[in-house]
Every structure is written in structure tokens, then in C-alpha cells.
Design a protein around this ligand. Sequence first.
Ligand SMILES: [Zn+2]
Ligand SMILES: [Zn+2]
Length: 402
Amino acid sequence: MAFAQCGAQALDSAATRRKCGSGAVVSHGVRARAGCRSLGIPRNARLVSRRLVRMSGELPETYKAAVTEGNGADYVFKQVPMPSPGKGEILMKVHVTGVCHTDLHAKDGDWPVPPKKPLTGGHEGAGEVVAVGDGVTSLKIGDRVGIVWLYSACGECEHCIKGNETVCEKQQNGGYSKDGSFQEYCIADAKYAARIPDGVSYADAAPILCAGVTTYKALKESEVKAGEYVTIVGAGGGLGHLAVQYAKAMGMNVIAIDGGEEKGAMCKKLGAAHYVDFLTTPNTVDEVLKITGGKGSEGVLCLATSNKVFNDCVQMSKRYGCVVLVSLPPGNFSIPIFPVVLKRITVRGSIVGTRQDLAECLEFCAQGKVKPIYRTQHLDDLNDVFAEMKEGKVAGRIVLEL
Ligand SMILES: [Zn+2]
Ligand SMILES: [Zn+2]
């Protein structure tokens, strides 16, 4: 019985498999095709240990997973064996998955830390728990959950203890160091899976699981208070349109910057008080200063993928203001040192969010204050979506149904 690499993490768990005398590896909840005479297991018997794994009815033996060999190779669709959740893990049925720009980097392997190979990407997967492993007490079958970028953290290091689990050095990442949601079923860590509130559809939840929490956390990191200005550079994109809504819901005074009338209309509709169109505005820095009475913006969120923009972000900042960097364009960027020092400006990075941030930003959705804009396609379209992404043609988010 040959297991594909995908899902191997679950199948390798000693707690959930057993090696039969015949050499067949049987997992709890996985049909033993070869049978196992030494254990008295008849051919095709379903092996389920009630003690270790609680399952939701009958699950198929195999399911469809998108798998890439990495280094830019296209995803191929394979039937892979159903994994069984190990200790502290859940098995979720993925109903929808978002596609994040990070997934493109994972597929291409162009980041300093390489992803696992072969890889099933995806870290905006929303679905329901269909099996729980040993020791899982926080989730049960039927719960609505999401698999996210912060797949797990150690929970013991200085950063985890201080509540900064997003920078844990021992963290695992969904769809990067662990297989993610570009498959019909996936394993997640019960402690770190997101809980999706009732009233938030799976499709609405998916973009929140990465894009939403990333922008919400960045706004918190900006330390902008209600009534103060936050300038969002790249406000009309997949991250930006969520940042505008969160900022508005948090009581911030939003200055949205992007290009074109269509994006302007959208930003205004979503709650931006001002829109600066960089295509028609000769100097966007001057425009932001004008709007803020010459003082600058208390917070500036940089979501744009152009290095040139970083300099502008600093120039738009108020004295004692904070520039939060979120986007990751290749290469380095330079910032003007004089205003940073003389105006005591903070330039800060921000990466996804903690479990608490996730819970908070999903709650904004449940309350109807934030609603992602996305286009729906099918997992089968995954390679086309990446091709479109590479050409920079994707507007907003894409949610794939499975
Ligand atoms: Zn992401
Ligand atoms: Zn840690």
C-alpha cells in the first residue's frame, strides 16, 4: 500500500498507524486494502480506533489533492489516501480555500526559506472537523474551522509566552512547511485552527483567515487610535479592501491610496473618508499632507508591492507616527533617515496575527462590519489562477470551491 507524500505527516504518526505483519500500513479510519492476517484483520475491514480517533461517519479511502513538486512546477491533481489525525490534530473537510500571494511564492520556491516538497499549498482553508485525534478537547466533529498560515507554534518559547506567537522560531506554516488546503481534506493542529463563527459563510471566512487577519493585525500594530488618520497604500487590492473596512470599523479616519476611479469608488463605499488616486495625483505625499492639515497621518499601512512606495510612506507619516510594512516585494528598500530620526517615526513589520487576532477579526465579519470581496472558482482552476496572479491580473481575492 503506497502512500503519496501528501498527508504523510499524519500517516507517519506512530499514534495513528500500525505496521502489520504483511507489511501493510493501516491507519485508523483508513481501509486496509491488503488486510492483515497477523492482527486478524479481514481484507477491506475499516480500522477505526474509537480511543484515538473519533470520526464523522464514513470517509472515503482516498480524496483529491493538488500537489506540486515545487520550483515553479504546476500543480497536479492526485488521489491520495485519507490521513488520520494524530495526537492533538484534527482532520477537516475543506469546503473552500482562498489563494494567497504567498501560495505563489511557495509554488515557485523563491523565498529564503524553502517550502516542503512535494507541497500542497493553501492557508485560507475553511471547512468542518470530520475527525479528531487523541487528546483533542477544544474541537469536536462538525465544528467550523479554518487552516491558517500559523499552523502551529511551540507555545513554550519567550515569544509564545509573551503572546507573540507569530514570530515563534519553531512555528509551522500551513501550505508551506505543512500541507495546506488545496485538497479536499487536510490535517490541522487543533490548538491553532481558526474557529469560524456561526453566521460567517465558509467563503466569506476564507479571505479573512490570511488577508483579513494580516490587515487587522497591521492596523493594531500601527497604534492608530479612533479618530486618528490611517493612510492605506494599496487600498484597492485583496489586502487593502479589507484593511479599509477594518480601519473604518475600528474608528480610524481612512485615507485610501490606489489607482483608478473604480478602486476609488470601492474604497469610498467600504468606508474610506478620502481617496487619493496615484494615477491622477501629481504628488500623493503632498495630497496626504493637505488632507491632514499639513501634519501627516498617524499611521501608514504599506500594502503596495513597489519599493519606491516605502519612501513615500515615511514622508506621509506624522511626527511620532508609525509606518507598518506588510507587503514583501523582492529586494531591499531605502527610507529617508532624516524624517525617521527627527520626527521619531517608527517603521515596523507585521506578519499575520495570533489566534486571538484571528478570533477578533472573524468576529467583525460575524457582526457584519467587514465583508470580503472575492470571485469564486473551483480548485481545478488552481494553475490558471496562479498564471493570472503571476501576470498581476487578479483583482481582489479568489476563493476556490472544492
Ligand atoms: Zn496568506
Ligand atoms: Zn514558540
